[in-house]
Design a protein around this ligand. Structure first.
Ligand code: FE2
Length: 255
């Protein structure tokens, strides 16, 4: 039995700093073997930079996943030359980077796939077709999918589609953790959204005041990172490394 720690969207410098304070204890407490972190908003001012990616890797992320903000910081595009930093699989052919990475654990390995939804989001390639094609190439039963998507229905549907085919489907992007963790088809761990790692009293990590002003007055507003105490949201997925079967999924909120 092995345990994978998935950390929900790390937001900004405060999120990175708080994660650095706590991750060692979390890994120890849950006896973690593998760590995957969604880092698409880990840079100060959003997106992901070489600096924030390096920090997450130093903290022990085996693979960093991203999402719709993956190419926001054009000065850091070359991070996608690395095998352990992913962008969503269904971006158009020719985009830098790739949507699948492998963690080599010696006698077993884990494939991590980063996929993006298309409901209320950029019209990328159909995520179902993209998954069908990539799964034909994967030669390990241990497969984690970070499905970066807005709509809960799209995430639920993908969870059922991949039930029995992958070890776990974990949603990201909304920054709000859902309480629907389950195991589908007695095989696939599922959670609609892992939530976020960053300032808790905030609007998705952004300071409350500018976020409210934007909603209320509809004028352009410069968002700033909230400076309130942080929390860590994520999930621990226990799985049998021989069959790829998830045996337990547990949400975590660490303050
Ligand atoms: Fe996102």
């Amino acid at each position: 039995m092995k345990k994978l720690l998935f950390i929900g969207d790390v937001v900004g410098k405060n999120g990175c700093d708080f994660l650095s304070e706590r991750i060692y204890d979390i890994k120890k407490k849950h006896e973690i073997d593998i760590t995957v972190v969604n880092g698409e908003n880990s840079a100060q001012g959003n997106g992901i930079t070489k600096f924030s990616a390096d920090m997450l890797l130093r903290l022990g992320a085996d693979i960093i996943t991203t999402g719709n903000h993956c190419f926001k910081r054009r000065d850091s595009m070359d991070i996608y030359n690395r095998d352990n930093i992913l962008r969503p699989l269904n971006f158009p052919d020719g985009c830098p980077g790739k949507g699948i990475g492998y963690i080599d654990c010696g006698y077993y390995k884990v494939a991590v796939i980063n996929l993006m939804g298309t409901v209320y989001m950029e019209a990328l390639d159909n995520p179902y077709g993209a998954m069908d094609r990539i799964l034909e190439t994967v030669n390990t039963p241990n497969i984690l999918v970070d499905f970066h998507a807005e709509a809960t229905a799209e995430k639920k549907a993908m969870g059922y589609y991949l039930a029995g085919k992958v070890t776990a489907v974990i949603g990201t992007h909304t920054h709000v953790q859902t309480a629907d963790e389950t195991i589908l088809n007695e095989h696939t761990g599922y959670l609609t959204d892992a939530g976020m790692t960053g300032p808790e009293e905030s609007v998705l990590g952004v300071a409350v005041r500018p976020a409210v002003d934007k909603q209320r007055f509809k004028y352009p507003v410069r968002f700033t990172e909230a400076q309130t105490p942080c929390f860590i949201n994520g999930a621990v997925i226990s799985f049998d490394e021989k069959s790829g079967k998830c045996t337990k999924i547990e949400r975590i909120i660490d303050r």
